[in-house]
Design a protein around this ligand. Structure first.
Ligand code: SF4
Ligand code: SF4
Length: 190
């Protein structure tokens, strides 16, 4: 994962890069009125992952407001956001940033701006696991992800510790109603 914090002084917003309908595109997909945001930065202060994001959560909102499509879609923050909603709880205007981030990820995938392919691959393995079993089988997700990356020993220490603490099940278990899971995937065209 390539994470680079962008200093405020280098973070110029150039009006010539402005894509006028970008803000509307994100609003339509996320169903969130992010123009309520007045940049008090409570969200960024409370986000548990802001220290590894290249743009703080409220700055991602600002990129959208200023139509900076390429910067918003290429930033790592949209992939690092885990959707914990800490920001929305703290926001005085209840701006649901995680839905905005998800909408940006979707546009980034559709329009070929994938800046964090490793995170994207990991998400795919999680979804594949849910599709197979109706729930996640973490050991298999990790092994398939490692196979995809051809990186067998990178997290060996952590994996062994998790196995010893019985945080990873050796064998997967399926939910009873797999039909419902299948339907969910079909309805959402996953
Ligand atoms: S907390 Fe809400 S209003 Fe404040 S900067 Fe974040 S999104 Fe904007
Ligand atoms: S939902 Fe995303 S942006 Fe908001 S606090 Fe959680 S990780 Fe940070």
């Amino acid at each position: 994962m390539s994470i680079k914090t962008i200093s405020a002084s280098k973070d110029f917003i150039l009006l010539k890069d402005r894509i006028t309908d970008f803000s509307e595109q994100v609003k339509k997909l996320s169903n969130i009125d992010f123009n309520q945001c007045y940049h008090c930065q409570s969200c960024s202060g409370g986000c548990p992952f802001s220290h590894i994001m290249d743009y703080l959560p409220n700055r991602v909102i600002r990129l959208i407001q200023f139509g900076q499509k390429e910067k918003a879609l290429k930033c790592s923050s949209i992939w690092i956001c885990v959707g914990c909603d800490t920001c929305a709880i703290q926001c005085p205007n209840a701006v649901d940033i995680s839905s905005v981030m998800k909408a940006l990820c979707r546009i980034a995938i559709e329009e070929g701006y994938l800046s964090e392919p490793d995170i994207y691959d990991f998400h795919k393995e999680v979804l594949n696991s849910i599709n197979r079993y109706g729930r996640t089988h973490k050991l298999e997700i990790m092994m398939r992800y490692k196979l995809r990356k051809r990186d067998w020993f990178g997290d060996m220490g952590v994996g062994t510790k998790m196995l010893l603490k019985r945080k990873l099940e050796f064998f997967p278990s399926r939910v009873d109603n797999m039909e419902e899971i299948k339907q969910l995937f079909e309805e959402n065209r996953i």
